[in-house]
Design a protein around this ligand. Sequence first.
Ligand SMILES: [Mg+2]
Length: 470
Amino acid sequence: MPEHEPKKEELIALIVEDDQDVCDLLQRIVESQGYMVVACTSAASAQEAFVANSPHLVLMDWLLPDMDGLELVKAFRSSERGKYLTVLMISGKDSPEDLATAIASGADFFMGKPVERKVLDIWLSAAFQHVRDSLQREEDDLSLIKIREELEDNNLQLEEALSRANTMAMEAEQAYIEIHQIFKTVAGGILLVDKHCNLLRCNDSFLQMAGVSREKVHDQKCYEIFHSCLCNTEQCPLQRIKKGEKRIESEIEKENSNGTTSYYSIISTPFKGPIGDLIGVVEHITDITERVKAEKALAESEHRYKELSLVDELTKLFNKRYFNTQLQLEVERANRHGQPLSLLLMDIDNFKHHNDTYGHADGDRVLARLGQVVAESLRVNDVPCRYGGEEFTIILPETSGEQATVVAERIRSRFAGEVFRPTPQDTVRKTISIGVTQYRAGESGQSLLERADQNMYEAKQSGKNRYVLK
Ligand SMILES: [Mg+2]
């Protein structure tokens, strides 16, 4: 049953009958049943009316002037509307064979002529049942089509979603393969650590550095596997990344179980999720033990070289160690041969003030210049030394105190003539005070040095930029 019982005034009946009287009669009867009626007297006009009105019921003659009624039924049936059409054929051709032919050609009901009202009413009543069933069928078919269309649409969407999911899965698979390759082939250790120090992932190089097997790292914290001096301090890269730093380079020293020490460089960067949220930290660890060892060895050899060196790097004069050795030798020589020996001890005047005003780098330039002036002012056998700080000594073998003052005065005046430009605006001249003294037979080198120091002090006290001989 249709959801709503069809009303006859909403149903359309098409009458096709070339006999005008019969046509009129049929029209009256059918209209009296409540149908809207369209009446035609030819097959051609009936076909037009059929397309224009989409009738539910057709009452038709077999023998028409312009077309065989059976052909017309077939034409109606072949249309979309024809599937749900009820056809009552009314004809004088009413042998059992004719009836069978008409039904086979698509007629639902058959009534012989002449038209009798009572008989027609019976057929119309049966036809109405058929119309009603056809309407229900049409409704069912339509909703079936709709369901099928929706189903197809859903299938299509599902297929598209599946296809997208497949593509994404393939891309993810590819990315996984690539990451795996990088993890395997990269020289250093790589590890991913979440915000709570849980070790999420690491490569074999890292396991080797940490000296643990892959089974052991399951469910472990990073500091349990690879403890370093940064752990539990503010320098922990993870803590710094969490505070917003983007890239951290650290170097750590790590005691191995066999007592040796290894050194590692660690580059830490944020480990972010698909929407840019911070998941943890990516750490790239490189073993730099060989490099650090080489650097340490180099630094050590430089240190030893400096210790063994006899020359002061800044002034290129001899250093204090050489001075001490050399003074001892010259004292012994002077005692042995009875030849004179003199010593100069000089100190730059107001040097602390210069350093405080222009900085130590400029102070070094002054010291270096004094070194040059001294070197240029000496004879072959004289031994110039930087004694320490801004103090210089010169051992003058085979030289009396008086002769030594000539050297002292030469150095004093030359250095006083030097012009320094610690800044583009400032012009500065520096002076030195010099203690001069001659060796006294039998005394020690230390005693000679102390007297030179006293004389230098006296030169300072008496106005600087001078020498004192005693
Ligand atoms: Mg006829």
